[in-house]
Design a protein around this ligand. Structure first.
Ligand SMILES: O=C(CO)[C@H](O)[C@H](O)COP(=O)(O)O
Ligand SMILES: [Fe+2]
Length: 227
């Protein structure tokens, strides 16, 4: 089953609680944390995540685009995040960090920027609950989907299936009605969508439509039948 995670990066930050409630029915709410160092943009931090976790029943999927996640990621679990994603390029000790996130009670995930290959991380996959393949350069919403990431999604899915892991494979960046099927066909099962959801007239309906598209594709995808 596909999971759709609307990204509040494309929501109205002055009405975050309402915007979160507008997509109830989504699997997770994707929260982009940017520190203006790891990426050239600044969004929100621990206090906002804490408030947001009280404002919605949808679990929070925090995508940390920050330096030194080894220091900060555990605080996002304490703030109420159900899943915390750190970047492979930023973590000093990814295994220790993934174990700490899990020990604190959240799902541990690792993200790869477009130029970061999956292969060096094969042995680390059992330490993770989700792997995020970025399909745009992290930093901004509303960018065009990078088709050249499809082979990496495919290779990552092959590694997950080869090792028989229950790891989720998330894609983030430019995911919309016109790109979600290519991602699902390549092996993704968790889909972040910012502008495609919050730019729609009815965000909750946009979530349902994306989920239907992804579910239909996954149902006939060879990678899902083999699994
Ligand atoms: O991590 C991100 C950007 O770094 C966002 O989650 C992503 O860009 C979502 O926005 P959109 O669906 O509009 O591309
Ligand atoms: Fe994100």
């Amino acid at each position: 089953m596909a999971q759709i995670n609307p990204s509040i990066l494309s929501a109205d930050f002055a009405r975050l609680a309402e915007e979160a409630q507008a997509v109830e029915g989504a699997d997770w709410l994707h929260v982009d944390v940017m520190d203006n160092h790891f990426v050239p943009n600044l969004t929100l931090g621990v206090p906002v995540v804490e408030s947001l976790s009280r404002a919605t029943d949808t679990p929070l999927d925090c995508h940390l685009m920050i330096e030194n996640p080894d220091r900060w990621a555990p605080q996002y679990v304490e703030a109420g995040a159900g899943s915390v994603t750190f970047h492979a390029e930023a973590a000093a000790a990814p295994v220790r960090l993934a174990r700490e996130i899990r020990a604190k009670g959240a799902r541990a995930a690792m993200a790869l920027k477009p130029a970061t290959p999956i292969e060096p991380y094969e042995d680390l996959l059992p330490e993770l609950d989700m792997l995020l393949v970025m399909t745009v350069e992290p930093g901004f919403g509303g960018q065009a989907f990078l088709d050249i990431m499809l082979p990496k999604i495919r290779r990552t899915r092959e590694l997950i299936n080869k090792h028989g892991l229950e790891l989720w494979l998330q894609v983030d960046g430019g995911v919309s009605a016109s790109t979600i099927e290519r991602c699902a066909e390549a092996g993704a099962d968790v889909f972040v969508a910012g502008s495609a959801v919050y730019g729609a007239e009815d965000p909750a309906q946009a979530v349902r439509t994306l989920r239907e598209q992804a579910d239909r594709t996954i149902a006939s995808a060879p990678w899902a039948c083999d699994h």
